[in-house]
Ligand binder design. Structure first.
Ligand SMILES: [Zn+2]
Ligand SMILES: [Zn+2]
Length: 269
């Protein structure tokens, strides 16, 4: 069984057929989902919280995406705290630094990320982290903030990882896990598969980041959680493991990181 550790289930792209998308994923062996509330405007986090409250397979993560850092206001911390009170919210994020697209100024991105790491520490929650940069600045500054605001007390995951092996190994030493998306399957991204091959399976997660980043063979289509196994299949090949081993390990890793109840367990209210 797979677990999609990062998908945007409340994106408008799924409005017409969300139930069918979740059913197809379940058919494909996806037992649970972490629905990321950020990425489509801060207020949209509420939709992820509501979806998680209404579907036992879905858990939510709430935060402010680096693209949306410029929307951060005096009211934002209280808004986030309100959503984090829901027992179905298992993480803060996705938050982080994106110096590639630069939809928000660097200073605003750093401030928003720092405040969210601090919030995660206060609430004792893991963090789903987005990092992307034309040079290594985003990566270096991200780890600096993670260290200063997290104080070594936090765990988190670098989602949709596309960085170097050297940075991934540094991140592992800072309590972070690494999650791979459909980019791992792209024909031209051989270097990323080499990075994955050198990482310990017990620190790896898989995700779709749906509706974006459909895997090789389906590129250009709307991505959906049913295809997370295609990422896992490529990861298994890179690691020289069986798909079953990688499915079991990545699902166990995600459940441990996000502290999810076992399927079928009474869980939290
Ligand atoms: Zn992201
Ligand atoms: Zn995302």
């Amino acid at each position: 069984m797979w677990l999609d550790s990062h998908c945007h289930l409340t994106a408008d792209a799924f409005n017409a057929d969300r139930d069918a998308v979740l059913a197809r994923a379940q058919q494909a062996g996806v037992e649970a989902f972490v629905a990321i509330g950020s990425g489509y405007g801060i207020a949209e986090n509420a939709r992820a919280v509501a979806l998680a409250a209404s579907d036992p397979r879905v858990f939510a993560s709430v935060g402010v995406h680096p693209h949306e850092a410029k929307q951060w206001s005096a009211a934002t911390p209280e808004q986030l705290t309100g959503w984090l009170a829901s027992p179905r919210v298992v993480a803060v994020g996705e938050c982080g630094l994106d110096y590639h697209y630069m939809h928000s100024e660097r200073e605003a991105q750093r401030a928003a990320f720092a405040q969210q790491v601090a919030l995660a520490r206060q609430r004792d929650l893991p963090v789903s982290i987005h990092v992307r940069g034309g040079d290594s600045a985003a990566f270096d500054e991200l780890l600096d903030i993670w260290r200063s605001e997290g104080r070594g007390e936090l765990e988190g995951v670098l989602h949709c990882y596309t960085g170097t092996l050297e940075f991934a190994l540094r991140a592992l030493r800072e309590g972070l896990s690494i999650s791979f998306s459909g980019i791992l399957t792209f024909k031209q991204d051989r270097g990323l598969r080499a990075v994955a091959a050198a990482l310990p399976l017990e620190k790896l997660l898989v995700e779709t980041d749906a509706p974006l980043l459909a895997p090789e063979g389906l590129r250009g289509k709307r991505n959906e959680p049913a295809w997370v196994g295609r990422v896992g299949e490529v990861l298994a090949r890179a690691l020289g493991r069986t798909q079953d081993e990688v499915a079991a390990a990545t699902t166990r890793n995600a459940r441990r990181l996000f502290r999810l109840p076992e399927p079928g367990a009474p869980g939290r209210p």
